[in-house]
Design a protein around this ligand. Structure first.
Ligand code: F6R
Length: 255
């Protein structure tokens, strides 16, 4: 587990972009797992910049997104499908047939979730999974109490997540109550997990995820068991870490 602390959101995003870009350069047909939300927007902006200015080539890359709200069609401006096209896919040369975002409108949810898991497997598994963290410690939409072995399925969102995400909707009542999400078990099978976290508001939560006990109460804490997990935090998010000085020293003195 590596914890990298950067000065601010921009530095955090650039550090994450370097990791993603290195993989794409070294393995052009890699499989990326992607997240939505406010956190990775800076990372996506930097990847777009690298594509436009430095020729970073996504033409052979396959992507799988973590989650999608139930009931929102891809054309809905708050769907994660729409978000990904708006913030990344429309601006790089990823091939539409290589993009996978869970469907929020599948008539048979269980069959869809099984299909999604099969597609990940057929693609050879996810090489690098980008993650954010919710205020309640969730990764993807694996809310507190989710099984740490869970697979792609429908989850009911907690009130905290609904409140957090209400900022994107006209009214709180418009936030969907259900989502399709990769499970913690699905995420744990990615070759490398890259979790980004910024802002003082999440300092307590990220400290629990990194340094607290592994618990379904904070599903991000499962990453402590992952053989290659990287956490990139900005300074405000890192303020509650007990081993803050140690992480800094390790990063600054890499052999
Ligand atoms: C989104 C996702 C969520 C978010 C989390 C943090 O695809 O999987 O787990 O990463 O809710 O959201 P933000 O970044 O908006 O604070």
């Amino acid at each position: 587990m590596e914890v990298i602390i950067k000065k601010d959101y921009e530095a955090m995003s650039k550090e994450a972009a370097l990791i993603v870009a290195n993989l794409v350069k070294n393995i052009p047909n890699c499989v990326l797992g992607l997240a939505t939300g406010s956190t990775p927007i800076g990372l996506y902006k930097e990847l777009i910049r690298m594509h436009k200015n430095e020729g970073l080539d996504f033409s052979k890359v396959t992507t799988f997104n973590l989650d999608e709200y139930c009931g929102l069609p891809p054309s809905h401006d708050q769907s994660y499908h729409y978000f990904m096209h708006d913030n990344l896919f429309n601006h790089i040369n990823v091939q539409p047939q290589n993009i996978h975002v869970p469907s929020g409108t599948a008539p048979d949810v269980d069959a869809f979730c099984e299909w999604y898991e099969d597609e990940i497997e057929k693609a050879g598994g996810i090489d690098l999974q980008v993650l954010g963290i919710g205020g309640d410690g969730h990764i993807a939409f694996n809310e507190p109490g989710s099984s740490l072995g869970s697979r792609t399925r429908m989850k009911t969102l907690t009130q905290e997540t609904i409140d957090d995400n209400a900022r994107f909707f006209a009214k709180k009542e418009d936030v969907p109550r259900y989502a399709i999400t990769m499970g913690v078990g699905t995420i744990m099978e990615a070759g490398h997990c890259l979790l980004l976290c910024n802002g003082e508001k999440k300092a307590e939560t990220i400290a629990r995820a990194i340094e607290g006990p592994i618990t379904a109460e904070i599903t991000a804490s499962a990453l402590q068991m992952h053989p290659q997990a990287t956490f990139i935090l900005d300074e405000p998010a890192a303020t509650k870490l007990k081993r803050y000085d140690y992480y800094k020293w390790v990063y600054d003195n890499k052999p």
